[in-house]
Design a protein around this ligand. Sequence first.
Ligand code: SF4
Length: 146
Amino acid sequence: MKQITCITCPFTCRITIDVENGDHVSSGNMCNKGAQFIDAELSAPDHSITTMVKTIFPDIPFLSVRTNGEIPKNKIKKIIRDLSKVIITERKGIGEIVIRNISGTKCNVIATSDMLYTANFEQAAKKAELIKQGKNQNVVTTKNPA
Ligand code: SF4
């Protein structure tokens, strides 16, 4: 008997797998997707990894990331441990590579949220504040021709 948690949906059913006459029989799944999940787990137990990494930026202290491919199950724990030690020092846009070829898997870790948008937003807010105070030297004002 073996137990696996189905992670296909938020119900996270705990599925029990028994071997009967050489076949796998699953129980505890609330729907057929659970059985499909078990088949995939038993035949090719690879997963993409989704997690957060630390950054040096106080406005975005954590960046959400994922691998852009499937990671062999025996490397998942090590990669998650390694990612917990990573600190991002450069702002990344969504989809940008954060780490190449993580642990020799040929998969990259990519950003799934956008740090650039926040940076641009902050710059725009600062510029708007300077304009409001009449301190922005780069502002070009056009006169009404009338
Ligand atoms: S078995 Fe069905 S209901 Fe249960 S977690 Fe998997 S997909 Fe969701």
